[in-house]
Design a protein around this ligand. Structure first.
Ligand SMILES: [Zn+2]
Ligand SMILES: [Zn+2]
Ligand SMILES: [Zn+2]
Length: 262
């Protein structure tokens, strides 16, 4: 069986923890696991490396994890906390310039449209000022082959907006959802390791709460569930003590082995 390693690049909600100007206990905490950068994960296998989302902290995350080569980026949706690091893909595309190849990005159509708007100069063939990331943007609307992996987009609801989570083998990454549609649950059958959005305890119109994500976790039934996109209402150690066996908060730098085939 084909195995790989997931590394959590970032586990924070959109503003990052500590949050600018905030003096709450989590933002002032000295526990390194309470320092959370914007949400993203990296998957490594057989000298291959892909990331899901490139947020505003991508540069620091890539330096921290000594990323030297990237084979692809999957985007979940086009909110700032998931895309603003796209420009920092530049040094990871230089090795391709010589061979004339480009780093492939994958996104659903509406996300791709936003990426082309926000990063117009990157996708504008007539841009003459150089220094842009050498990337290609591939629109996806269902399962596809990426290198030797099968990638299954999982439609999830982020408030009213449908965005993508991703399943690869027995691993799934579902960030920024308020609801998992019933029709998407079969796509998650047999998943062993799952990441779920869990912003805080109190209701939010576009994100899941701890209580809701515990219900989702029970329905998916993965061996290990990690909560991500975590707000400052959830201090790492105290929150983990309140969670059932098999469910815990993710943290920046967390690494785990995953099975990449069904
Ligand atoms: Zn987000
Ligand atoms: Zn705070
Ligand atoms: Zn979002």
């Amino acid at each position: 069986m084909k195995r790989g390693t997931i590394t959590v690049l970032g586990s924070a909600t959109s503003m990052g923890i500590p949050t600018i100007g905030c003096e709450c206990a989590t933002c002032l905490s000295t526990d390194p696991k309470d320092r959370r950068s914007r949400p993203s994960v990296m998957l490594n296998w057989a000298n291959r490396c892909i990331v899901i989302d490139t947020g505003p902290d991508f540069r620091q995350q890539a330096l921290r994890e000594h990323v030297r080569h990237l084979d692809a980026v999957l985007y979940t949706h086009a909110h700032a906390d998931h895309i603003l690091g796209l420009d920092d893909l530049r040094p990871l595309t230089y090795d391709r310039s010589n061979s004339g190849t480009r780093l492939p990005l994958y996104a659903r159509a509406n996300t791709a449209r936003h990426l082309r708007n926000v990063f117009q100069y990157v996708f504008d063939e007539s841009y003459k000022y150089g220094g842009t990331a050498k990337v290609t943007l591939n629109e996806i609307d269902g399962p596809f082959d990426l290198l030797d992996l099968r990638v299954v987009p999982v439609p999830i609801l982020h408030g009213d907006a449908e965005i993508y989570g991703y399943r690869i083998g027995r691993f799934a990454y579902l960030t920024d959802f308020s609801t998992i549609p019933e029709a998407s649950l079969p796509l998650l059958a047999g998943v062993e390791v799952v990441f779920l959005d869990a912003l805080r305890h109190t209701f939010h119109p576009t994100h899941s709460t701890v209580a809701n994500s515990l219900q989702v976790a029970a329905r998916i039934g993965a061996r290990q569930t990690f909560f991500t996109h975590i707000g400052h209402d959830l201090p790492h150690a105290a929150t983990n003590r309140s969670l059932p066996l098999g469910v815990e908060l993710a943290w920046d730098g967390l690494r785990l082995d995953v099975e990449l085939e069904d």
